[in-house]
Design a protein around this ligand. Structure first.
Ligand SMILES: O=C(O)COP(=O)(O)O
Ligand SMILES: [Mg+2]
Length: 223
């Protein structure tokens, strides 16, 4: 019996550019236990990925801000405060960095994401004035409400699916995965992970990106 999984997306199921590794399709659709996609991406992204993988839509999006399980959506986090902080950041000369269409934030409901090209010091200064925190995922800065975490979302999923977070194997790559690593029964940081994720994980993998993730999934299938 394979264990349930809680998987980060960017840096964990992707390559360094954030492109999905097609080997996800070799292993996840037939995984014989719940698979929770837990990501900093806006809600539609993990929902789409579940759809195209043929998995039930069990999703923790926006770093825990949006949770979808068994057809019910719940929200946490103050999008208006994050928007106000982003507006103030722009008013002081900052640039969110996504261009006019801003598909990164267009459907984002509980926080705001900003390009890594942005002025980090200014962003942190403004966010602190709004009592918000900045999380660096290695793919974007996220301005979010404190206390909104992937692990809180996973706990909600577990309540609904009648699992315990300790039943789960977690794999991730950045500081927004540390909370999940703290509640999962077994946690792995891929080799490309940041220092926060590496310190929080039970094990740091030898391989990066999907090579690392697949090494765990294959060994779980064999055990
Ligand atoms: O959206 C991001 O910045 C990172 O997303 P991730 O949590 O799937 O790595
Ligand atoms: Mg990641």
């Amino acid at each position: 019996m394979v264990p349930p999984l809680v998987l980060d997306i960017d840096g964990t199921l992707t390559d360094a550019d954030g492109h999905l590794d097609p080997r996800a399709f070799d292993v996840l659709p037939s995984w014989d236990a719940p698979v929770v996609l837990a990501t900093g991406k806006a809600f539609p992204y993990p929902v789409s990925l579940c759809h195209y993988l043929g998995l039930p839509e069990t999703v923790v999006a926006e770093n825990g801000g949006v949770v979808l399980v068994e057809g019910d959506v719940t929200f946490a986090g103050d999008r208006e405060a994050a928007q106000a902080a982003a507006d103030e950041f722009v008013a002081r000369g900052g640039d969110l960095g996504w261009g006019p269409a801003d598909t990164v934030n267009r459907w984002r409901e509980t926080e705001i994401a900003i390009s890594l090209d942005a002025d980090e010091a200014l962003l942190r200064e403004v966010s602190a004035e709004f009592d918000l925190e900045v999380v660096d995922t290695g793919f974007a800065y996220h301005v979010k409400s404190p206390g909104v975490e992937k692990a809180v979302g996973l706990e909600h999923v577990c309540d609904r699916l009648d699992y315990d977070p300790a039943d789960f194997v977690a794999i991730g790559d950045s500081e927004n995965d540390a909370s999940t690593f703290g509640v999962a029964g077994q946690s792995y940081a891929v080799a490309n992970a940041d220092n926060v994720a590496k310190a929080a994980a039970d094990e740091v993998l030898e391989d990066s990106y999907m090579d690392g993730t697949l090494s765990v999934l294959r060994s779980l299938q064999e055990s």
